[in-house]
Write a protein that binds this ligand. Structure first.
Ligand SMILES: Cc1ncc(COP(=O)(O)O)c(C=O)c1O
Length: 370
């Protein structure tokens, strides 16, 4: 933790030391630390129930879950995706031998804009990879229709959406597959971890084998995999953290509402829209600084930093702007995403954040944006 700040951006949710020690005793009893141990298998089962999905497989992190999803489908060609995301989304596409085609985002939800997808579809398009950014779901209905019409796979990067539901269904039930991150900074964490959820049983074997070098029997591997097996120690963190998750989400909701009530009256700020039917897990609180504001996003970031409030320019830059992708892909026009990435700021939000600290954040922002 950075002691410079009076309000940190994030504080990781952790089980008590005693609860964790109790949970990991079985690892010594069994002398078994990884490769589908009992804690690993128990966590897979419990996540199926918690997420309301038919199938849930665990991975070492959210990035490997995304790569597993893409690579298990054995696709080749172009994937239509959003540049307004964490670098992992685009890197997973490229590292899977696929080409990203960047589509602009909708200004209200900041997720991939379905009205702009169709013009990007070519004979090389094989999939759409949307991101439920800040836990705000993509327009899953419109994307499903497009995918059906053009025979495309749909994969959702649900890294931010663990535990949220849309129209009464777990967010991981939409699309062909959804990849979750259970990184330490996420709403639910296993320290490092990821999961893929899916309904189609035909996906099961590849998704399961790919995390273990593609082994499909003791002496053969029928696809090229990698090592993405979650250890018992990580699964134990998850099993403990699952016990505190509903309280964590309730605490986040309280802070979220303090921010929302206080900042909605501020003309210089807007917030992305939570669509009807979403029960959120309250992962982030992004604000968008209006062009008419007396301070730019970067100026506000610097002022808050000086006042001891840690915020994050998340997501900035767009993934297509990172130097690792320069001159490799066509220059797609994404004006909305570009504008948002230069005006968005994420405020501190975590389960243990006190109401008093949230009010300090609000007060400081209002003081400077007046
Ligand atoms: C949108 C998005 N996708 C993928 C990832 C990768 O997850 P992990 O850090 O667990 O590998 C993250 C992580 O922050 C993310 O925010």
């Amino acid at each position: 933790m950075d002691s410079h700040y009076k309000v940190n951006l994030i504080r990781e949710s952790m089980p008590s030391y005693e609860e964790y020690c109790e949970k990991i005793k079985v690892i010594w009893d069994n002398n078994w630390m990884t490769n589908s141990g009992v804690l690993h298998d128990e966590l897979e089962k419990r996540l199926c129930t918690y997420l309301g999905v038919d199938n849930c497989l665990l991975y070492t992190n959210g990035h490997s879950a995304l790569e597993a999803a893409l690579q298990s489908l054995q696709l080749s060609g172009e994937v239509i995706t959003t540049p307004f995301t964490f670098l992992s989304t685009t890197q997973a596409i490229v590292r899977s031998g696929l080409s990203p085609v960047f589509c602009d985002i909708a200004p209200d939800t900041l997720t991939i804009d379905p009205s702009k997808i169709e013009e990007l579809i070519t004979e090389k398009t094989v999939a759409i990879l949307g991101v439920h950014v800040y836990g705000i779901p993509c327009d899953v209905g419109a994307i499903a229709s497009l995918a059906k019409k053009h025979n495309l796979k749909v994969i959702y990067d649900a890294a931010h959406s663990f535990g949220s539901t849309l129209n009464g269904k777990g967010i991981g039930t939409y699309g062909d597959m959804s990849a979750f991150s259970m990184h330490a900074t996420k709403v639910f964490n296993t320290a490092e971890g990821g999961a893929v959820t899916f309904s189609n049983p035909e996906y099961y074997d590849n998704l399961k084998n790919i995390r273990n070098f593609g082994f499909n029997s003791r002496y053969d591997a029928n696809l090229i995999g990698f090592n993405a097996k979650m250890s018992e120690f990580h699964a134990a963190v998850g099993l403990c953290n699952l016990n505190r998750l509903s309280q964590d989400i309730a605490n986040r909701k309280k802070i979220y509402n303090i921010y929302k009530d206080a900042l909605s009256e501020c003309n210089s700020i807007s917030m992305p829209m939570y669509p009807k039917g979403l029960v959120s897990n309250y992962p982030y609180f992004p604000i968008i600084i209006s062009p008419n504001s007396m301070l730019s996003r970067d100026e506000l970031f610097d002022i808050l930093d000086k006042e001891g409030i840690q915020t994050r320019k998340y997501f900035y830059p767009l993934t297509n702007e990172f130097s690792c992708f320069q001159n490799k892909y066509k220059d797609f026009s994404v004006p909305v995403a570009r504008k948002v990435s230069r005006s968005v700021l994420c405020l501190p939000l975590y389960s243990d954040l006190s109401e008093e600290s949230a009010k300090t954040v609000v007060h400081t922002i209002k003081k400077h944006l007046k």
